[in-house]
Design a protein around this ligand. Structure first.
Ligand code: COA
Length: 188
């Protein structure tokens, strides 16, 4: 992919506009700041404690874009009447491979931006982009996994028309509890 991909989500009466674009080195300070949040550490297992961790994490996202198998977007909120964009979250398309019908999505929202539809609106944007971009590569299905007690994530999946598919058995130590597999197909 030559030019950086930028996805726009229009504002609604209730929520500000979003911009989704590949992670950049200049995001590291804000990434380290939002990574202090306990929920994010628990559910997204980012383990980012300092600038060096944040730089490594951003570089891993950039390597994913270069390799063409993982596409991580920084999600930025744009307040009405302002040019300032604030880091609000992350959404990622991963495990993409030509000829493979399935890929996976993931997301997190910074604590200060939760409850404003950031995850669900960003997920809708990346879902549409993924199906449009990788249709010729045979992408038919996107999978979303969360642990059973992550009720907010389950709600995001439902709102974004990722239907519940399968109960996944726990796989400690990374997944101590059962999980949900949700699926959205290209035709949904
Ligand atoms: C899950 C997460 C991404 C949601 O982000 P968000 O931007 O707040 O999501 P949205 O605003 O689009 O939707 C959240 C929905 O969950 C609901 N919700 C929040 N906490 C909830 C809870 N404890 N139980 C049930 N529903 C809950 C909200 O009410 C909202 O639903 P609604 O719009 O019907 O009211 C965010 O909480 C987060 O980053 N958590 C930590 C990381 C994580 O869990 N990532 C996903 C790993 S699978």
């Amino acid at each position: 992919m030559s030019a950086p991909v930028v996805l726009q989500v229009a504002p609604s009466p209730a929520f500000p506009a979003l911009v989704l674009r590949p992670w950049r080195t200049e995001d590291v300070a804000a990434l380290v700041e939002v990574s202090r949040d306990r929920a994010l550490r628990r559910w997204a297992s980012s383990g980012i404690d300092n600038d060096a961790d944040g730089t490594r994490w951003v570089q891993a996202q950039q390597q994913g874009w270069a390799a063409g198998d993982r596409f991580g977007f920084a999600v930025l909120e744009v307040q009405t009447g302002s040019v300032r964009e604030q880091l609000a979250g992350n959404v990622v398309l991963k495990d993409v491979s030509s000829g493979k019908p399935a890929a996976e999505v993931g997301y997190w929202t910074a604590a200060h931006a939760r409850g404003r539809g950031v995850a669900s609106r960003a997920l809708e944007a990346i879902t549409n982009w993924a199906f449009d971009t990788f249709e010729a590569d045979g992408l038919e299905r996107l999978e979303l996994l969360h642990q059973v007690d992550n009720l907010a994530s389950c709600r995001v999946a439902q709102k974004s028309r990722y239907d519940f598919s399968t109960l996944l058995p726990a796989a400690p130590p990374d997944f101590p509890l059962d999980g949900h597999l949700h699926i959205r197909t290209r035709s949904t």
